[in-house]
Design a protein around this ligand. Structure first.
Ligand code: FPP
Length: 229
C-alpha cells in the first residue's frame, strides 16, 4: 500500500480551559500554554518534508459568546503572540496568513496581522494559517457572494474552491484535541475528503511527538476518495 502524502493539515485546538481547571488555574493560563504549543507544532511542520500548510482554529465566529474578559484576554494574547512569533516565522522560513473576518478586531490587532503577513510573505517552508473570527459557513457564503458580484450566474465547484480564503481546497488530515468529536463549523468545504483524528489529549499537553505518531497512523490509512482503490 502506498503511503499517503500529507500536504494540508488542520487542527481544532480544544481543552485549554479543562487543562487549566485540572491544575486549579484560571482559563487564561490554559490559553497561554496553548499558544506555546502552537509554536512547537509549527516548528515541527516547517521541518516536515511534505506538509505545506497548517491551519489552526484560534478563534471561531461563536467564540464571541465567551465572557468579555476571556475574549479580551484572547485578543491581547494573539497580539502578543504575533509580535513574539515573527522571529520564529523568519527563523523557520514560515509564511503567516490569517483567514476569517478580522475586520471585527481592533485596529491595532488588524495592523499586527497585516504586518506579520507582509513580513513573512516570501517564506516558503510552510504556510501557517490562523483561523480568526472564522466560520466555515460564513467563508462559503462570502465566496459565493464574491463570485456573484463578479457577475457569475452559474458556479462550478472549482469556482467556489478558488474563492475560498485558504490557499488550498482540500484538507488531508483534521485533528481535534480533548476528546470532543465535532467539526464546529471549521473548514466545511475543505474537509470533504479529510481523514479525521480525535485525541483525548488536551491542547496544552499536545506535543510534536504525538503529532508525529498521528501522521504515521494517517500514512497507513487507505484513502479511497469514493473509489475502490
Ligand atoms: C479551546 O479551549 C481553545 C480556543 C478558544 C482556541 C485556541 C486558542 C488558543 C490555543 C489560545 C491562543 C491562541 C493564539 C493564536 C495566541 P477551550 O477554552 O474551549 O477549552 P475547554 O473546552 O476545556 O473549556
Amino acid at each position: 500500500m502506498t503511503e499517503q502524502s500529507l500536504k494540508n493539515l488542520a487542527i481544532i485546538m480544544d481543552g485549554n480551559g479543562r487543562w487549566a481547571a485540572q491544575r486549579g488555574l484560571s482559563r487564561t493560563k490554559g490559553h497561554e500554554q496553548g499558544a506555546e504549543v502552537i509554536r512547537d507544532i509549527t516548528e515541527y511542520c516547517a521541518k516536515h518534508p511534505t506538509i505545506e500548510t497548517i491551519t489552526f482554529y484560534a478563534f471561531s465566529t461563536e467564540n464571541w459568546k465567551r465572557p468579555k474578559l476571556e475574549v479580551e484576554f484572547l485578543m491581547k494574547l494573539l497580539e502578543k503572540y504575533l509580535k513574539n512569533e515573527l522571529e520564529t516565522y523568519q527563523k523557520n522560513n514560515v509564511k503567516f496568513m490569517a483567514i476569517g473576518n478580522t475586520e471585527a478586531f481592533s485596529k491595532k490587532l488588524q495592523e499586527r496581522i497585516q504586518l506579520t503577513e507582509e513580513a513573512t510573505r516570501e517564506n516558503d517552508a510552510l504556510t501557517h494559517i490562523l483561523a480568526l473570527n472564522y466560520g466555515g459557513r460564513a467563508e462559503i457564503t462570502h465566496a459565493v457572494n464574491t463570485l456573484i458580484a463578479e457577475g457569475k450566474r452559474e458556479l462550478t465547484e472549482a469556482d467556489i474552491s478558488s474563492a475560498l480564503q485558504t490557499p488550498y481546497s482540500d484538507v488531508d488530515l483534521l485533528i481535534r484535541t480533548s476528546g470532543e468529536e465535532r467539526v464546529s463549523n471549521y473548514l466545511l468545504w475543505q474537509i470533504s475528503y479529510a481523514e479525521f483524528y480525535f485525541t483525548q489529549t488536551l491542547w496544552p499537553d499536545f506535543t510534536a511527538d504525538e503529532l508525529d505518531d498521528i501522521i504515521q497512523h494517517f500514512q497507513q490509512r487507505n484513502r479511497r476518495f469514493g473509489g475502490i482503490l
